[in-house]
Design a protein around this ligand. Structure first.
Ligand code: 5AD
Ligand code: SF4
Length: 469
């Protein structure tokens, strides 16, 4: 696949479209509302969408009623995500009736699927523009066409392999920031729609990643998450073949007091080099999100995951051995086609043996165009539901066990929420901590906190009097 970077001329063309849109307002003050569905990659894309909208003269709002433009950045990973975006789109119809000048734009993974196009054209006539994942940077030009030509716009090019650098970014306020290291995915897990809607993996130039990280730090970010569908295969497509471990080390050497995280790590590409890089810098947080998906080697093979149960267990052990006080979290799919009771017990066994701090658990959702959707041995919903209930129960026990190990310890918390009832933040290993009735801290503060209690979703703590005096 040929990778192509959006040229300076193309970017200038988009900026010109922004300028022309901004001239249309004639003293009016238009508002835009961007809603994100799905993963952090989508959140990062939404920050670019918001950046472009600002250049068009829009002020960002979370209030749909106030908005002159509504953008839904959609997800397609599970059916539930699509149904939600479609039903929320349906609810916009009455807003359009109240305010006919309202513009409605859909973009993201859901709309990149061919089979959605006809439906959006026919059944959602009040949607003004539909923009596929490979055309996001063309939002200004597409909006301008919608406004000036007064025709609905559908732009879903199949231009896989495009890199759009240099887009403006409107970051969410607060200490957290996302920086993408790559886009797309080459793995084709048999259940997953991502490679079909986001295209092949493209790594970004290390210099540009570092520049974006520095920009985020300059804007006040303190907790940076590097994003990629599979960060561990970073760099294979770049001239010098830099690997992710070396990128991580390079970024950790950027001056300043900040935290560095990353996700997602594919177990088949996670290496000792990565764990050693994590252990080598106090800025790289001891948290590894390592999706196992299933504990059964037979199911893992059918999922095209590229590792066995035993290899995963060995990797998790190696990671824990190399990185002191590492927290391991994971993703698990229940009810993948052909999953037997015995396969499922292997999943429970991995949860027990690894002792994940927490797990995102999903019931398998067939995705059009993926191989697993056509497998004949789909698991009945009630069987999957029953397994899910057992998995959740076990994971709760394991989480509580892990969290209880923290009670009595003193940890450094980066505060990200604060109100009159108290404040909260994250530990280095990404556990949420609530500090009830502490009103002296603000988002962005670091605090030494003694953990007093473990709950299922969070730890409870109190400020250490001496260190925070
Ligand atoms: N059904 C259920 N879960 C899925 N995931 C991806 N595709 C599917 C699907 N078709 C889950 C995987 C992945 C996470 C982001 O979403 O666990 O790691
Ligand atoms: Fe989907 Fe697998 Fe790629 Fe993750 S690694 S995005 S699960 S295909």
């Amino acid at each position: 696949m040929a990778v192509r970077t959006v040229t300076a001329e193309e970017l200038a063309q988009q900026q010109e479209a922004c300028r022309r849109i901004s001239l249309l307002w004639e003293g009016k003050h238009p508002y835009a509302c961007v809603t994100t569905y799905g993963c952090q990659q989508n959140e990062a894309d939404s920050e670019r969408i918001a950046g472009m909208l600002e250049q068009m003269g829009y002020t960002l709002t979370q209030d749909q009623e106030l908005a002159d433009l509504i953008v839904f950045n959609t997800c397609a990973v599970r059916e539930h995500a699509e149904l939600k975006a479609l039903s929320k789109t349906g609810q916009l119809k009455h807003l359009k009736v109240q305010k006919p000048s309202l513009l409605i734009v859909l973009c993201g993974c859901m709309v990149q699927q061919e089979h959605r196009m006809g439906e959006l054209k026919q059944s959602y006539p009040y949607v003004d523009a539909v923009i596929g994942t490979h055309a996001l940077h063309r939002l200004p030009e597409i909006l301008l066409s919608r406004i000036t030509l007064k025709r609905r716009q559908f732009c879903i090019p199949n231009e896989d392999g495009l890199i759009a650098e240099g887009l403006p970014i409107h970051r969410q306020p607060g200490p957290k920031a996302f920086v993408s290291v790559s886009w797309g995915c080459n793995n084709f897990c048999t259940y997953c729609v991502v490679p079909h809607v986001r295209g092949r993996e493209r790594s970004r130039q290390p210099d540009l990643i570092e520049a974006e990280l520095r920009q985020a730090l300059a804007q006040g970010a303190l907790d940076i998450t590097l994003l990629g569908q599979n960060v561990n295969s970073y760099g294979h497509d770049l001239p010098q073949h830099p690997d992710f471990a070396s990128l991580l080390t390079r970024l950790a050497n950027v001056e300043g007091n900040f935290r560095l995280r990353f996700m997602t790590s594919h177990p088949k590409d996670a290496s000792v080099r990565l764990f050693e890089a994590m252990a080598s810098s106090p800025k790289i947080m001891p948290h590894l999100h390592l999706p196992v998906q299933s504990g059964s080697s037979r199911i893992l093979r059918r999922m095209n995951r590229g590792y066995t149960k035993e290899q995963y267990l060995a990797l998790a052990e190696q990671a824990r051995k190399t990185v002191p006080s590492l927290a391991l979290t994971t993703d698990i799919i229940v009810g993948f086609p052909g999953e037997t009771e015995e396969d499922f017990r292997d999943t429970l066994d991995v949860v027990e043996q690894v002792g994940f701090e927490s797990a995102f658990t999903f019931i398998y959702s067939p995705r059009k165009g993926t191989p697993a959707a056509d497998y004949e041995d789909q698991v009945p919903r009630e069987v999957a539901d029953e397994r899910m209930a057992r998995l959740l129960k076990l994971q709760e026990t394991v989480t509580l066990r892990r969290f209880n190990e923290q009670v009595g310890k003193t940890v450094e918390v980066l505060i990200d929420t604060a109100d009159e009832f108290g404040c909260g933040g994250r530990t280095p290993d990404f556990k949420m901590v609530h500090i009830p009735s502490c009103t002296s801290l603000r988002p962005g503060d670091f605090a030494s906190v003694r953990i007093t209690q473990a709950k299922l979703n969070a730890l409870i703590g109190e400020l250490c009097p001496r260190e925070n005096a």
